[in-house]
Ligand binder design. Structure first.
Ligand code: HEC
Ligand code: HEC
Length: 227
């Protein structure tokens, strides 16, 4: 009798364990787990408020007067890489890169864990379309984008995760211009460990006409970021 009860208990435990395993691998609970990761109550929220909000704004929509860009449309893998690059002297270390230096200083003390938390928190902020500030020939901008940029950044400029090319839709138009000029001038992407930035450094000399660049930036500013 005693043995039978023990057997039944063991069987129940095994069944419960199997049921439990099935439960944790179901798509519903995987979705719940990833939601937990991007919860705005995430640890990243307080770190963002203390260290980032003053320049990038409470909603991550950026501040033109500080040249601090909107962040909300960026993929968390890209955001985390930029934060590591700023921290590790791969971006923002060129002596002429004044605004990059501001970010390098702001990332200097971030741990890898903080970087993951911050990237997840920024990902959870609602995406916004920043206001257009640059005028240009939209048809010309679209033409250049489709021919020269879309292969990596996507035809709707929503980025390409496999290539780790960021979304350009949802960036400030003035920031697209300033970064393009930094790639062209070697202020960004020329560090030997920057294997993503170097792709832009190679491409950047193909456009030297500032009107064309303004048209591309103006066109990109019309594209909605991913919902
Ligand atoms: C003192 C102002 C300032 C503070 C504080 C600051 N940033 Fe920045 N951030 C900037 C500026 C300016 C740039 C643009 C740098 C450039 O021109 O390359 C930038 C760029 C970035 C980028 C790159 C965006 C892209 O599209 O590549 C990310 C990501 C970022 N900041 C996140 C953060 C986070 C997270 C924090 C808090 C830990 C933070 N920033 C704090 C000013 C600031
Ligand atoms: C061969 C692939 C490739 C092509 C083509 C390309 N890009 Fe990029 N671009 C990248 C990658 C990869 C990055 C990310 C660099 C990094 O991680 O620092 C990037 C970054 C950028 C950034 C910085 C975004 C940010 O958030 O800071 C801008 C602006 C940009 N590209 C504009 C353009 C424009 C405009 C064109 C077309 C004229 C273009 N790119 C064509 C691969 C490409």
């Amino acid at each position: 009798m005693k043995i039978k009860t023990t057997c039944r208990t063991v069987l129940t435990v095994i069944l419960l364990a199997l049921w439990g395993c099935g439960e944790t691998q179901s798509p519903a609970s995987t979705a719940a787990a990833s939601q937990a990761l991007i919860n705005p109550q995430h640890a990243g929220a307080s770190e963002y408020a203390a260290q980032c909000l003053s320049c990038h704004g409470a909603q991550g929509i950026g501040e033109a007067s500080l040249q601090a860009p909107a962040l909300t449309s960026l993929d968390p893998i890209y955001v985390a890489r930029q934060l590591r690059h700023f921290r590790d002297g791969i971006r923002g270390a060129h002596p002429d890169d004044t605004h990059g230096a501001m970010m390098a200083a702001s990332s200097a003390a971030l741990s890898d864990n903080s970087i993951s938390d911050l990237a997840a928190y920024i990902d959870a902020l609602p995406n916004v379309l920043p206001p257009a500030t640059i005028k240009g020939d939209l048809a010309q901008g679209e033409d250049y984008h489709q021919n020269l940029c879309s292969a990596c950044h996507g035809s709707n400029a929503l980025g390409n995760v496999a290539l780790e090319a960021p979304a350009l839709a949802g960036l400030n138009d003035w920031y697209v211009l300033s970064q393009y000029e930094k790639f062209r001038g070697g202020l960004r992407g020329s560090h030997p460990e920057d294997r993503w930035g170097v792709q832009m450094v190679r491409l950047a000399p193909s456009i030297t006409d500032s009107d064309v660049l303004e048209s591309i930036a103006a066109y990109l500013a019309t594209l909605p970021p991913e919902a």
